[in-house]
Write a protein that binds this ligand. Structure first.
Ligand SMILES: [Zn+2]
Length: 299
């Protein structure tokens, strides 16, 4: 069995994979498979939400991918490492794949359903099942808890005037105070309530942390504008959640296309969300900032 230092190093790699799951909006679980020397054979994370499939836990994805890659159903030579105890489905699947060695980080929550633990399964399994648990337990637990907090997020359409003022405050912080864009450029004729503009706010545990709006370009097309997330909440998946909500909102109103003028540095972020460039890079006249126009077909 690999030593403790290597166990911890490998667990950190699992935790990086967990970050990918969280950023995609999936549950915060990942797993890797290693050989006896600690070489990584495969990596996977939970994709149940994005693929609308409740069985696509990290371990299931991992076993599926590795068996396919190695053209085998027998993974007995390998050890599975996950950031939390496997659920009963995944533990059973691993045993069916003949995995004998397991390393886990955090304990799984008490409200697991069905409530069958890895140790219950080990008791019923034929042959050896070796389990090490508690590797970087606190860090793994913290990562899972933080991800859970991320879920206490609400996105809504802005309706009373007070909420619109909150949008403007957030934008002032981001566009004027941080980026040096004049308030007169930022706040414009669309910053009131009319049929062609919809404003949105994203709340985390009751605090407004970001905003955006869309304006109607035609019956089929809207333009996403003024996406602003408070500095301390960036790179945590909130912008994606806000945009996905806006896409759904627009789609439900018969809108086919969402366009946006992205600041050029954010181009990859939008590409990951499915936006394609529809222009060359250019300097926006009002702000002097490099931009690119992008578009996504919603239906
Ligand atoms: Zn599972």
């Amino acid at each position: 069995m690999i030593d403790k230092v290597l166990q911890e190093n490998l667990m950190r790699i699992v935790m990086k994979e967990v970050d990918i799951a969280i950023n995609e909006g999936n549950s915060s679980f990942a797993a890797i498979l290693i050989d006896e020397k600690g070489n990584i054979i495969g990596k996977a994370h939970n994709t149940a939400k994005t693929e609308n499939n409740p069985v696509l836990h990290a371990e299931i994805n991992l076993i599926t991918e590795v068996c396919k890659k190695l053209n085998t159903r027998n993974l007995s030579e390998y050890c599975l490492i996950s950031n939390a105890w496997s659920c009963s489905m995944c533990m059973s699947a691993s045993i069916k794949a003949k995995i004998k060695n397991f390393i886990f980080g955090a304990l799984i929550e008490d409200d697991m359903n069905p409530n069958i633990t890895i140790f219950d399964i080990r008791e019923k399994a034929n042959g050896d099942v070796n389990i090490i648990t508690g590797v970087l337990e606190e860090e793994c637990k913290q990562q899972i808890e933080n991800a859970r907090k991320l879920k206490e997020v609400k996105v809504k359409e802005v309706s009373p005037q007070e909420e619109l003022e909150i949008c403007k405050e957030i934008r002032k912080k981001v566009f004027t105070d941080e980026q040096g864009i004049d308030v007169e450029v930022d706040i414009d004729k669309y910053d009131n309530f009319n049929n062609d503009t919809v404003h949105f706010l994203i709340y985390l545990n009751g605090e407004a942390i970001g905003t955006s709006r869309y304006i109607k370009l035609s019956n089929e097309k809207v333009q996403l504008q003024r996406l602003a997330i408070k500095k301390e909440y960036r790179k945590k998946g909130y912008a994606s959640q806000l945009i996905k909500f806006m896409e759904e909102y627009a789609k439900n109103r018969g809108i086919d296309y969402l366009e946006l003028h992205a600041q050029y540095y954010a181009r990859e972020f939008y590409e990951k969300l499915g936006y394609l460039p529809i222009s060359e890079k250019y300097i926006e006249r009002e702000t002097g900032i490099e931009h690119i126009n992008m578009s996504k077909k919603l239906i």
